[in-house]
Design a protein around this ligand. Structure first.
Ligand code: ZN
Length: 438
């Protein structure tokens, strides 16, 4: 028997991943070179083919799913997803790695080719390098090493690359979850390799509530505003009430969720846009404004809320404030319209995927894992709410601060170490020494 076979499985998995370092880099570069920009949602089929072809050669069964009729789906920009599954030799649980394959716009300020996959100083550069093609590459190589070294494993390994996370995930994970792909009867553990850092486990995210508020007025000649009613002044009263009552109340609420950065451990609200009165002049329109009292003013609010609050509380707090103005301010009237809602999601600290990955982080990194929660939402919301699967975390290489920025990069050492953590987690859940067996 060769020496290697006698070494503990964890050591052999780690050594094999280290040996495939160049392969992780090459795959990351290939993924970056497919410019899956969203919007509009281009080259989705190409990236699904890249992932599917590679994993088919490793004995995975491949399914391509187009999210027909999902927002943004068209024949020009079809919303393609790919799901790869490799069955083990014995019955057991299914571990699923889910990565989104879309990337956000390039933006200004780059000194590297955003779709070149340039390698320098131990990093791979490009749009989507950390968010999240580096994480996708790490999970693919981790799964390949695991099935190569443990061909007799139990259960199944799945890898998906899904569309549109950057625009809400409706053509990706939400679509698949609605069709049972994340049913707890078929998938038991989910890891989303978002760039949360190689030694941190992200348990979930805050909730979000988006709404449009409109104040009403009455149009009149601008020289005699007293004959009309100014909707912008009414909105001024709304904003004033926000400053006086709402913002201090939200800042005083603290969550037990381990949200990072620290500032997001309170409730927050962004006023996304404001518009009142005449429309902005179009390009080339040099005419002066006509003199009118605005009869409408609208704002869009983006309210992020804590696991200790509810959708109803959040809405009621705003409605109460508006009703207060209606009672006290002459001629004040408003309309409120919900645009979108995402409930908060928090996986239990003792859930099996959490304890398994935490243990693997300690083995690879020689330090305890840090537990965090995300200020914004990601695809866990759909796996939790639609799929009803609670055993889900985000864990992957890269720094969240680099996401969506110019000269985005992923560290090669980080990808290798994250892949080791992922392979060790697979071994713990599906390998010969798996938990349920002893
Ligand atoms: Zn992402």
């Amino acid at each position: 028997m060769p020496m290697e076979a006698a070494a503990p499985l964890t050591d052999r998995l780690r050594a094999e991943i280290a040996a495939r370092r160049d392969e992780i880099v090459a795959l990351t570069r290939d993924l970056i070179r497919v410019p899956t920009l969203n919007p509009p949602g281009q080259d989705y089929r190409a990236i699904c083919e890249l992932v599917g072809t590679r994993l088919a050669a490793r004995g995975f069964e491949i399914r391509h799913e187009r999210a027909l009729g999902a927002p943004g789906d068209s024949d020009l920009y079809p919303r393609w997803n790919v799901i790869a599954r490799r069955e083990g030799r014995a019955p057991g649980e299914c571990v699923h790695f889910n990565s989104h394959h879309d990337v956000v716009e390039v933006g200004r300020g780059w000194t590297r080719d955003p779709f070149g996959g340039e390698v320098a100083e131990g990093r791979v550069y490009g749009r989507g390098a950390c968010d999240m093609k580096g994480g996708l590459a790490a999970s693919i190589v981790a799964a390949e090493v695991f099935v190569d070294l443990c061909p007799g494993f139990a259960g199944a390994v799945e890898i998906s690359a899904t569309a549109d996370e950057e625009s809400g995930g409706y053509g990706g994970v939400a679509y698949l979850a609605e069709r049972g792909w994340f049913d707890p009867a078929r998938v038991q553990h989910v890891i989303i390799p978002e760039p949360l850092q190689k030694d941190r486990i992200c348990l979930g995210h805050r909730g979000g509530w988006w709404a449009e508020i409109e104040t009403a007025g009455e149009i009149a000649h601008g020289s005699m505003p007293f004959l009309g009613d100014c909707a912008v002044r009414h909105m001024g009263a709304v904003l004033d009430a926000f400053e006086r009552d709402l913002f201090p109340a939200m800042a005083a609420r603290r969550t037990d969720m381990p949200v990072v950065p620290e500032g997001a451990r309170s409730s927050t609200m962004n006023i996304n846009s404001i518009h009142g009165g005449q429309a902005e002049p179009g390009p080339g329109d040099t005419s002066l404004p006509s003199h009118c009292v605005p009869d409408s003013c609208r704002i869009v609010i983006d309210r992020r809320y804590l696991v200790e609050e509810s959708h109803e509380d959040v809405r009621a707090e705003i409605v109460d404030l508006l009703e207060g103005l209606k009672a006290s301010r002459p001629r004040f009237d408003y309309r409120i319209r919900e645009l979108n809602h995402v409930a908060p999601s928090m996986t239990d600290r003792q859930a099996p995927i959490v304890t398994t990955v935490a243990r693997a982080i300690t083995e690879v990194m020689g330090q305890e894992a840090t537990f965090v929660a995300s200020p914004g939402t990601y695809d866990q919301k759909h796996i939790d709410r639609i799929g009803r699967l609670k055993n889900c975390i985000a864990y992957g290489p890269g720094l969240l601060e680099l996401a969506h920025k110019p000269d985005e990069w992923i560290g090669i050492d980080d990808m290798v170490q994250s892949a080791e953590v992922m392979a060790l987690s697979l071994a713990r859940l599906l390998g010969p020494d798996r938990e349920g067996r002893r």
